[in-house]
Design a binder for this molecule. Structure first.
Ligand code: COA
Length: 178
């Protein structure tokens, strides 16, 4: 398995990966929603505000992950991990954790201070995330599942509270994802 930077020539393959994986795990509606999100993130985000990474088995895309910039009222380098998908036939073999750890390391190398995600606390605790409240950092939009608001600092042992509101990139700034 090879881990590397996302290539824009893969945009449609990546959309299909997210659509298929989420259709298999959560149904067609969710599959289309997340497939479109992955495509829109690639198409509409300033290249300085997005990092994508692929896990490839030869020419087969086995997994993909995106990180996009979050901004706060104070100056801090923060990104949100969303979405991530491992192709159905490659799931539950440790690949998701390897790809997430690879991505996080790349973010560290790019001087990112803080990473957020919004998902299953049990799964993401395996790769260093902890649950945070909005007293620590506000989410960009109202969350329907506040237990899933997670973060990890790449520069210190503790996550210091960040004052003020946050925003994320345009493609993610939609209530249906929160
Ligand atoms: C979630 C996902 C990225 C995990 O990657 P993976 O390579 O399958 O998982 P790993 O082998 O790294 O880790 C296995 C662990 O993850 C758990 N896991 C697998 N899929 C999961 C899911 N959708 N939600 C929560 N936990 C999940 C397994 O139960 C296992 O837990 P255990 O070690 O406590 O038994 C991948 O299964 C996937 O793409 N699933 C469908 C889409 C999805 O749900 N994406 C994440 C949205 S938050």
């Amino acid at each position: 398995m090879n881990f590397g930077l996302y290539e824009s020539s893969c945009a449609l393959d990546v959309k299909k990966l997210f659509t298929d994986v989420f259709t298999n795990s959560e149904g067609e509606e969710e599959g289309n929603l997340i497939g479109n999100l992955a495509f829109e993130l690639q198409e509409t985000t300033d290249p300085r505000d997005i990092f994508g990474f692929l896990a490839k088995d030869g020419e087969i895309i086995a997994g993909c992950i995106f990180f996009t910039r979050m901004t706060f009222e104070i100056s801090i380098s923060a990104f949100i991990l969303s979405p991530v998908a491992i192709s159905t036939q490659y799931q539950n073999q440790g690949l998701g954790q390897k790809l997430i750890k690879f991505g996080i390391n790349q973010m560290k190398n790019n001087d990112v201070d803080l990473i957020f995600t919004y998902g299953d606390p049990h799964y993401y605790s395996k790769v260093g995330f902890i649950h945070i409240t909005e007293e620590i950092a506000k989410a960009p939009l109202k969350m329907t599942f506040p237990e899933g608001w997670l973060a990890q600092s790449l520069t210190s042992d503790k996550i210091e509270p960040i004052k003020g509101n946050s925003t994320c990139v345009k493609a993610l700034m939609k209530q249906k994802y929160w």
